[in-house]
Ligand binder design. Structure first.
Ligand SMILES: Cc1ncc(COP(=O)(O)O)c(C=O)c1O
Length: 437
């Protein structure tokens, strides 16, 4: 006997997160013996630092639940660590530990039940989380086709259109998908506007320690401490995304304390607490240990050299991207080839991504899932996987980098064959386009 039951309407039209999907597709095709150049997934591939490995092993015997809010000494370390890095004061009772910052962002959206404003492009999960919760979201138009900047007037127009008293803006700098960072001047202006309009900000700073360009990372909490929720974690700068741990640092105000109480309710009803051994190991990661801090700097420098190499290579091919100052992404625009792409039957970024996958073995991610119009020909390219597909490859690259090798030699075809092969693939593709002009 069959029983046809129905689901939340959200699932009629929504697929799993596009970033995780492309990663699973690539892994399945690799397992099948196919050769694919993986620019589709932003996963930092460096080895787990040995002090973290030892801490995790040592605490594997810890089997009891911890408080839903997080292990108290860890909350203290987290408050101290981000306080030092961001030159701000954080209160440990207002630190929440969650199973990844993604889950914490969802919990915050659940607790706040606000209209959500997002720069275009924005990371893939913010808007679907709002949709899952039945919250409205609004994408703020880009002020520059290649970047994530927006005009305050564009935000203001949407805020007026929303009319909702509860307003939430999520910003992410250093940024996924563009690799850009907001200037302090912009953050200061934005903070002023949000304070006037009583807009709460989630400042997603998961790439805050992966800053490799000319701009220093500053949190908007510097200018708007009472209205900023700072989100972070260890997934990116310590390459332990699979350990699933993230942190939220809330404002030290009556509302901040109410929000913490709400998060504790959500955590206690959904995930109870983050894995105990992971929290103990995270305490080492947040202890300001010299070796770990040096490791973070080395990994970040390598991300920088690799991402900037990809940027230069693409720019030489007239594939247009904003300059990356952080993270390990580029948002590459092919808009100026729209007529040629049309001749190939390509009219959306998703079709472009499929074409590159099928014909050039290039796995990329269409930026329509980052809130861009589907006919805007932008692809997100992650630099983090190429030539680090296997653990031994990333170790080889770290060892080479630490030998003080010249950066041009480091990025040569000998040491980065797949990075070069990816650029060759793009060159072949755009040459073909140019020939149809
Ligand atoms: C911009 C951004 N925010 C948040 C996350 C979530 O990270 P995690 O849940 O591993 O802390 C990611 C992961 O890809 C990301 O790119």
């Amino acid at each position: 006997m069959s029983f046809e039951f129905s689901l939340n309407h959200f699932f009629d039209s929504n697929m799993p997160s596009s970033t995780l999907t492309i990663n699973e597709q690539v892994k399945a095709r690799w397992a099948n013996g196919e050769r694919l150049l993986h620019l589709g997934f932003g996963e930092s591939r460096f080895a787990v630092h040995k002090k973290l490995r030892s801490a995790l092993c040592e605490h594997s015997v810890e089997k009891s639940y911890l408080p839903s809010k997080g292990y108290a000494p860890l909350c203290e370390s987290v408050a101290r660590y981000y306080g030092d890095k961001l030159k701000l004061d954080f209160e440990s009772s207002l630190v929440m530990i969650g199973p990844g910052s993604k889950a914490l962002i969802y919990a915050l959206q659940l607790a706040l039940k606000a209209d959500l404003f997002l720069p275009t492009p924005s990371w893939v999960s913010y808007a679907p989380q709002a949709d899952l919760l039945g919250n409205r979201h609004f994408y703020i138009p880009q002020s520059n086709q290649l970047g994530f900047e927006f005009e305050l007037s564009a935000l203001d127009a949407l805020v007026k259109a929303s009319g909702n008293e509860r307003k939430l803006l999520i910003i992410n700098s250093p940024n996924n998908p563009t690799g850009q960072m907001y200037s302090t001047e912009f953050l200061e202006e934005l903070a002023k506007y949000c304070r006037q309009q009583k807009i709460l900000i989630i400042s997603d700073e998961i790439y805050g320690l992966v800053q490799h360009g000319k701009i220093e990372h500053h949190s908007i909490a510097t200018f708007y401490p009472e209205g900023t929720l700072v989100l972070g974690g260890l997934s990116k700068h310590l390459s332990i995304g699979g350990w699933r741990i993230g942190v939220a640092l809330l404002p030290n105000t009556p509302s901040g304390r109410k929000l913490m109480a709400a998060l504790e309710v959500i955590a206690s009803e959904i995930w109870s607490s983050v894995a105990t051994p992971v929290q103990f190991a995270a305490q080492v990661a947040y202890s300001n240990d010299d070796d770990i801090e040096t490791y973070i700097k080395t990994c970040t420098a390598i991300h920088g050299v690799r991402t900037q190499f990809l940027y230069s290579g693409l720019t030489k091919l007239d594939i247009r991207c904003a300059y990356p100052n952080g993270a390990f992404y580029l948002a590459a625009s092919f808009d100026h080839w729209k007529p040629q792409l049309k001749l190939l039957g390509i009219q959306t970024s998703a079709q472009l991504a499929s074409y590159l996958l099928d014909t050039h073995d290039l796995a990329t991610l269409a930026c329509d899932s980052f809130g861009m119009a589907s006919d805007q020909m932008t692809l997100r390219l992650a630099s983090s996987y190429l030539d680090m597909e296997r653990d031994e490859d990333s170790q080889r690259l770290i060892d080479l980098f630490e030998s003080n090798i010249d950066h041009d030699v480091f990025m040569s075809r000998q040491h980065h064959p797949n990075m070069h092969a990816a650029l060759d693939g793009f060159e072949l593709f755009v040459r073909g386009l140019a020939d149809t002009r």
